[in-house]
Design a protein around this ligand. Structure first.
Ligand code: UD1
Length: 381
């Protein structure tokens, strides 16, 4: 059968990859569609990018834009220029963007101005905090998108309250959980971490990377010190984003020479800093840990699906569904409050993993592709 439809799927950063993988897999049964995988190159280190492709079974990108790092304006502009050039050469029938990173908003703007329909997966999430770049990206993307796929009722309500027409919105569930359920059985213990410290529920994980925290030594140092005290009760592993590691070295919190080491004990404590960890291994760590301490968006959802307690070190969240219907708690950025919350969690039983939002069932990617192909065919591409 000839391929009459082409759909571009945009990825740029680590959390985007598990979101597109299920849609690409679902497309294999639609021979009439040609997927174009676009990697903007916002993330380029192998441990933030190529290793995720391997673990998720995603093939090489068709368009590699190679934009790299820069200020928000530089990065967004570079993605726009490169993406527009490719779209003018080989115009897709539709552009699918996921999440809320700079690559998401950049490609949305380009496609909208070229009159190519834009589809946003994970639409409608709102933190109501416009100091977060991601919140601005979400607002702009949702207002321009022609079809919006949501993963919780609250996202639908947010979009409707902002005046997005009901008929553009389609509730499909959580694509990231599709990937998690698919890869969970293949998850493996990371060989780079000490096996004797990785007993089931005998350790905790930390991921803190938001600029608001890691760029400010007045906030970062007390937070690391609090984590070290927590680590006296529960060994902690913290895979550090390259940007955060650079800040720690720049602030003199770790030795410059140690910044590239595989594993480092912060000030000699049981808080272990390590390099970013690939998807399959990080999944194993989450699945076996006693709790997660994070400022990431995706991890709030993944811990809910795994039934592992999650303490979110932020003042707000765009994923309140994981608090109401999952294992997440919003702690704020005060390290003292985090220590109290950890002590409480450790005194409780592990939660049951039965509290999982509707449609977080491993089939969101298929629902999106079925709806999207029908929608494109109906509108005559
Ligand atoms: C980006 C997203 C954030 C997401 C995160 C996931 C935006 C605005 N932010 O943040 O929402 O939670 O990805 O990880 O889009 N760097 C490297 N190697 C890389 C990529 C980046 O060392 O492969 C360093 C560079 O110094 C760069 C810095 O990290 O300047 C920040 O990278 P960037 O992609 O701008 O934002 P993230 O902090 O990764």
């Amino acid at each position: 059968m000839s391929q009459s439809l082409s759909i571009a799927f945009v990825v740029g950063t680590r959390p985007n990859f598990p979101k597109v993988a299920p849609m690409l897999a679902a497309l294999r049964s639609h021979e009439s569609v040609r997927p174009i995988l676009v990697h903007t190159g916002q993330h380029y280190d192998p441990e933030l990018s190529a290793m995720f492709f391997e673990d998720l079974g995603i093939s090489e990108p068709d368009w590699m834009l190679g934009v790299g790092s820069g200020s928000h304006a530089q990065q967004t502009a570079k993605v726009m220029v490169e993406f527009e050039r490719r779209c003018l050469d080989d115009r897709p029938n539709c552009v699918v963007v996921v999440g809320d990173v700079n690559s998401t908003v950049a490609c949305t703007l380009v496609a909208s101005k070229l009159d190519i329909p834009v589809v946003h997966v994970e639409a409608g999430l709102r933190s109501r905090d416009r100091t977060m770049p991601e919140e601005l990206n979400r607002l702009v993307t949702d207002v321009l998108a022609d079809r919006l796929y949501t993963h919780c009722q609250e996202a639908v309500d947010n979009l409707i309250s902002e005046g997005i027409p009901r008929e553009r919105i389609c509730a499909v569930g959580n694509v990231m959980i599709d990937s998690l359920l698919r890869v969970r059985g293949k998850a493996t213990r990371p060989p780079s971490l000490p096996a004797d410290r990785l007993g089931k529920r005998a350790f905790g994980m930390v991921t803190l990377h938001r600029p608001a925290l890691v760029d400010n030594v007045e906030l970062l140092e007390p937070m690391l010190d609090a984590l070290s005290r927590i680590a006296e009760r529960l060994v902690l592993f913290y895979p550090v984003h390259p940007r955060a590691m650079a800040r720690m070295a720049g602030f003199g919190l770790i030795d410059e020479a140690d910044a590239s080491s595989e594993l480092l004990r912060y000030k000699g404590t049981q808080l272990h800093l390590c390099r970013p960890i690939r998807y399959q291994e990080f999944l194993w760590l989450m699945d076996n840990s006693r709790l997660l301490i994070t400022d990431s968006g995706g991890i709030q959802e993944e811990t809910t699906a795994l039934g592992v307690p999650c303490l979110t070190v932020r003042d707000n969240t765009e994923r309140a569904v994981t608090i109401r219907e999952g294992t997440n708690e919003l702690i704020g950025v005060d390290p003292a409050k985090l220590e109290v919350a950890v002590a409480r969690v450790l005194s409780e039983d592990m939660p049951s993993s039965e509290r999982i939002p509707a449609q977080w069932d491993g089939h969101a990617g298929e629902r999106i592709i079925d709806d999207l192909v029908r929608w494109l065919e109906e509108r005559g591409k």
